[in-house]
Design a protein around this ligand. Structure first.
Ligand SMILES: NC(=O)c1ccc[n+]([C@@H]2O[C@H](COP(=O)([O-])OP(=O)(O)OC[C@H]3O[C@@H](n4cnc5c(N)ncnc54)[C@H](OP(=O)(O)O)[C@@H]3O)[C@@H](O)[C@H]2O)c1
Length: 271
């Protein structure tokens, strides 16, 4: 990024920390340009200091000085936070406001910010902390190409970035933001299978994780359909098809797909 905007990050929990770590540790964003505001700074001072970030409980001051404001609070905290910032005049200079809150629509954000505030919804995930994230962006009305590019530039160092229509944001949340948790459970299960068959636990976990990384990379890098790649691993009457039969008996496809569907439904109700 050629110009690093002055950034206010409101909320320094799981995602505020993941994004800050990705920006500062992995992509060289100057820490001195980031002001993090949270209600209880003492609880996360050590992490902020390790990253070299300015940390306070002064959201108004952080926003007044910022070119870009990143909202990383829980959806239920958003209304009072935005109403407070608006009442304090902290958004009067119309910084670009980027919200990562699940379920909080552009309509909702518009209703709780001053008129003509440029708004973007972003849905990142925790792998952003190690630059393997996936972030989907949906821009509000009146957001310029330059502002969208500024938002992209913020998330691109943290992984892949995609623009989508806002109507997809809940499904994006259920799949790509909740998804790491689902994958961690699947990884744990794969490793348990190895342990059950005699592998030391650490070995089983490393094999499971590297195999998952490899399989996902094959899909992304070759552009081939997972079914075609699966067929290549599956020798007639071999061990892989035998294992696949057991997974299909357990309805693995519908269980996983329904998990995404349920997470999407809940995400839609969070805002
Ligand atoms: N977790 C994920 O994997 C994930 C993925 C994508 C998107 N998201 C979205 O990211 C947002 C944050 O989620 P999270 O998991 O990071 O939550 P979290 O760990 O609970 O962090 C929320 C942070 O917001 C702070 N906060 C609350 N009210 C505040 C206020 N008025 N002013 C300033 N800071 C305030 C909290 O600290 P204090 O109480 O000390 O203020 C805390 O640091 C949510 O909207 C969620 O939908 C999460």
């Amino acid at each position: 990024m050629s110009h690093h905007p002055k950034l206010a990050i409101l909320g320094f929990g799981t995602m505020g920390q993941a994004i800050s770590a990705g920006l500062v540790e992995a992509s060289g964003y100057p820490a001195k340009l980031i002001h993090v505001a949270t209600r209880h700074p003492a609880a996360c001072r050590a992490r902020a200091e390790a990253l070299g970030l300015r940390l306070s409980n002064e959201a108004d001051a952080a926003v007044k000085a910022a070119e870009v404001v990143l909202l990383c609070v829980k959806p239920k905290e958003l209304k009072s936070l935005l109403d407070g910032l608006t009442a304090a005049g902290a958004l009067d200079h119309r910084p670009l406001v980027v919200s990562i809150a699940a379920g909080a629509t552009l309509e909702f954000l518009t209703a709780h910010t001053p008129e003509n505030t440029p708004l973007v919804r972003a849905m990142p995930n925790t792998p952003c902390s190690i630059r393997r994230g996936m972030t989907v962006l949906a821009a509000g009305e009146g957001v310029t190409e330059a502002q969208l590019a500024q938002t992209r530039a913020l998330f691109e160092p943290l992984g892949r970035v995609m623009d989508l229509d806002e109507k997809h944001m809940d499904a994006v949340t259920g799949l790509s933001a909740s998804g790491p948790a689902f994958m961690f459970v699947i990884l744990e299960s794969l490793a348990e299978g190895g342990v059950q068959c005699g592998l030391p636990r650490a070995v089983a976990l490393e094999l499971a994780a590297q195999m998952t990384l490899g399989a996902a990379s094959m899909v992304l890098e070759t552009g081939r359909h997972p079914a075609a790649l699966k067929d290549e691993v599956t020798t007639p009457a071999g061990c892989t098809i035998a294992g696949l039969m057991v997974l299909e008996d357990g309805r693995i496809r519908s269980v996983v797909a329904r998990g995404i569907e349920r997470a999407t439904q809940v995400a839609a109700g969070l805002g």
